[in-house]
Design a protein around this ligand. Structure first.
Ligand code: FEO
Length: 221
């Protein structure tokens, strides 16, 4: 992390990956443009001619940039986590669950790339966070899916925090990105939640084999 970001850092990441706001009124919010009364004016004042400025437009605040860097780490963590579930499922002979985990992992990698591309396009040079603490074994498939659902919910919460920050700082560029991710999270949470419900209904007998076959048909290549 560069010194500039370190100096303005106002957020931190909790153990479960959730962004926590340390300062309820971040500097970026207090510095947001104040609304000016428009009474008596036909329209807001807009520049009518080029100013000749060559400085690159600052589309996002340093705080939002920092939060997006954290989200890159969360997407990478999710990628590893789904891959670990897929590998463990393969070791248990559950090819359908493995196909599901691996398919989800691919999705997480594209999410990470989407954030990275967004930041680079805006002229940022994000540092990729280190990833550690990925479980390799699980007590049951139910526990594994519970784990990824918990992670998905934390990621959703983070995007909502980012969207709120974007609204406070008039950051329409990142808001559009955050809205895309919130929609994606709705689907991912739903997939994990539905799988958990099916696992509960399947029990530990033949039902889980039927479910594994369904997942293989849906996600297997
Ligand atoms: Fe891309 Fe499931 O978070």
């Amino acid at each position: 992390m560069n010194q500039r970001l370190r100096d303005i850092l106002i957020h931190k990441t909790a153990a479960d990956g959730t962004i926590e706001i340390e300062n309820e009124t971040p500097e970026s919010v207090s510095q947001a443009p104040k609304e000016t009364p428009t009474e008596g004016k036909a329209s807001p004042e807009l520049p009518t001619e080029a100013t000749g400025e060559t400085e690159q437009t600052k589309f996002i605040t340093d705080a939002v940039e920092q939060m997006l860097c954290q989200q890159i780490g969360n997407e990478l963590f999710a990628f590893y986590e789904y891959k670990a579930v897929g590998a463990w499922a393969t070791s248990q002979g559950w090819d359908g669950f493995a196909a599901w985990g691996n398919a989800q992992a691919c999705g997480e990698l594209t999410h990470m790339q989407k954030i990275l591309d967004f930041l680079v396009q805006l002229g940022c040079t994000p540092e990729l966070p280190k990833i550690s603490g990925i479980a390799a074994r699980f007590d049951s498939m139910e526990k594994a899916v519970e784990g990824v659902l918990k992670r998905e919910r934390a990621v959703t919460k983070n995007w909502r925090i980012i969207a709120k920050e974007c609204l406070a700082t008039f950051d329409s560029a990142t808001l559009e990105l955050a809205q895309w991710f919130v929609t994606e999270q709705m689907e991912e949470e739903d997939v994990a939640k539905t799988l958990l419900a099916k696992l509960a209904a399947a029990g530990t007998g033949a039902g889980i084999l039927v479910l594994d076959g369904q997942l293989l048909a849906q996600y297997g290549g």
